[in-house]
Design a protein around this ligand. Sequence first.
Ligand code: 16G
Length: 243
Amino acid sequence: MAGIDTESPVPKYYQLKEIIRDMIEKEELRAGQAIPSEREFCERYGISRMTARQAIMELVNEGLLYREQGRGTFVAEKKLQQEAARLTSFTQDMRDRGMRPSSRVLELEMEPAGPVVARMLGVDRGIRIVRLRRVRDADGEPMALETSHLLYEVAKDVLDVDLSKRSLYEELGKVGVRMSRAEQSYEAGLVNEAEAEHLGVPAGSPALLIERITFDQNDRPFEYVKSTYRADRYRVTTVLYPQ
Ligand code: 16G
């Protein structure tokens, strides 16, 4: 068992953080499991209560652990990683991880493009748009709320499909729409009141706000999506190459 090196210049609380992190990594501590108490850590590693408290507090702030009033501190679910450079659908992402994707369709409306959607899709205001709002679940747990604005012209052939069970991208593929690229941005934000209920987290929880414009094989933008991902369950990774 790794111990705490009192001779090391690395602060003790930091060493304890690494030890706990390692236990989670090796699944000696699993998601949902209670971690040892502060007192146990103190006894096991010969450290002060303050040191143990600081380590645990930081891991709570980083989202690796969570506290439940009166019950203790537990290991959080591992975040799902999304590789930023891959143009995939939610369905494909979840399947690749061996998880079961499902959706709840909250809204499916036909409407004229407003100023923002028109600008994002490079079309005139008033052009017919399909607005699709879905909660995206992985193994039955809500991960994200997505609102897609699709050119009616492109989406019209898939409107009869049950998009709570089917993949939008797969269905578009069947009618000859191929994605060629997407432009995507990420912003930090908070889950608002209306979203909280659908995502099953309290309002004010951290969120990853993602916007995407997706282009078809003719380089035409056909989809503008705004989504709110649960930041406690999601993280984005990317591989960088030197220029
Ligand atoms: C992803 C896309 C979203 C797309 C959806 C299609 C992000 C941030 N968003 O969630 O733009 O509409 O997949 O999903 O990746 P589906 O094919 O599973 O219905």
